[in-house]
Design a protein around this ligand. Structure first.
Ligand code: 2AM
Ligand code: CA
Ligand code: CA
Ligand code: CA
Length: 265
């Protein structure tokens, strides 16, 4: 089966890329900025993306590729088989902490997520799922997600989304933060999504992310019954930037209906 092979190739290449990244810790990083002075990219982000893309092109020349650092294709649609790649999610953590970052890959067929891989390189923890076949943390199958109430929920989000901000209805976030049991901020969307999958947090919220930030994590969370939408409660399309709400079933509905429903997101 072609999909079995794609799944094992994807896991193998991500592992190999992880070994290269761990070896890079001893070398000097070349750090550059992108859209602003806190938006970082390194030679390792670029080398990792190029490594994974070279493997895909060698084995699957007909597949399309969307990668954050621009070594993939310019895509106008998600027709066919599309690899959506974030070579390092959490680059600021990679640069400052040498931990709390991940490689994220989603493989989509005509816009539907088939394979999701999020690899926590430093902890050697690979979260992976094949649609319809379960989601795993390394070799261990993860259980389906049960619902949670707001008062017992840990919500992952960045403090900037609660600060006054002309772009967003930040004041709607304040009751949510107040009513939750606690909040956490890890600075890596891909890992924060799989933390929902693994039950380490109950929900994750972000106001603006790109497809490569959430394409891999979405397959894993949805395989376990978790809900992945934008902050309006709509499905994501994986071609455009969007806001993101990932949560346990039930809790997702509560957050949308009791907290975010009237926001302009
Ligand atoms: P990145 O590290 O791959 O850029 C916290 O910064 C989270 O938001 C990370 O998952 C990060 O992904 C993502 N993110 C999305 N857009 C970003 C931007 N313009 N600057 C920094 N982080 C961004
Ligand atoms: Ca980036
Ligand atoms: Ca990212
Ligand atoms: Ca990245």
């Amino acid at each position: 089966m072609i999909w079995e092979t794609i799944y094992s190739h994807a896991k193998e290449w991500v592992k190999e890329a992880g070994i290269n990244i761990r070896q890079s810790f001893d070398k000097t990083l070349d750090i550059q900025t992108k859209s602003n002075q806190n938006d970082l990219v390194t030679n390792i982000d670029k080398e990792t993306e190029q490594f994974i893309i070279s493997k895909i092109k060698e084995h699957y020349p007909n597949h399309k590729i969307m990668g954050e650092e621009g070594f993939g294709d310019e895509l106008a649609s998600l027709e066919g088989i599309v690899w959506i790649i974030d070579p390092i999610d959490g680059t600021m953590n990679f640069v400052h902490q040498q931990r709390n970052f991940a490689i994220s890959i989603g493989v989509y067929e005509n816009g539907v997520g088939k394979i999701g891989i999020v690899y926590d390189v430093v902890h050697d923890e690979m979260y992976h799922a094949f649609k319809g076949r379960g989601a795993y943390l390394n070799n261990k199958k993860m259980p389906k997600l049960e619902t949670a109430s707001i008062s017992e929920a840990i919500i992952a989000l960045n403090a900037t989304w609660v600060m006054p901000n002309h772009r967003i209805d930040h004041h709607l976030m304040i009751p949510l933060v107040r009513d939750a049991r606690g909040t956490r901020s890890y600075g890596t969307a891909a890992l924060e999504m799989v933390y929902v999958a693994a039950g380490r947090v109950d929900a994750y919220i972000s106001l603006r992310l790109s497809p490569w930030d959430f394409a891999g994590g979405a397959v894993i969370v949805e395989e376990l019954g978790g809900i992945v939408t934008n902050l309006r409660g709509e499905k994501l399309n994986y071609l455009n930037k969007d806001s993101l709400l990932v949560a346990k079933p039930g809790l997702h509905k509560t957050i949308i209906e009791e907290y975010l429903k009237n926001g302009e997101w």
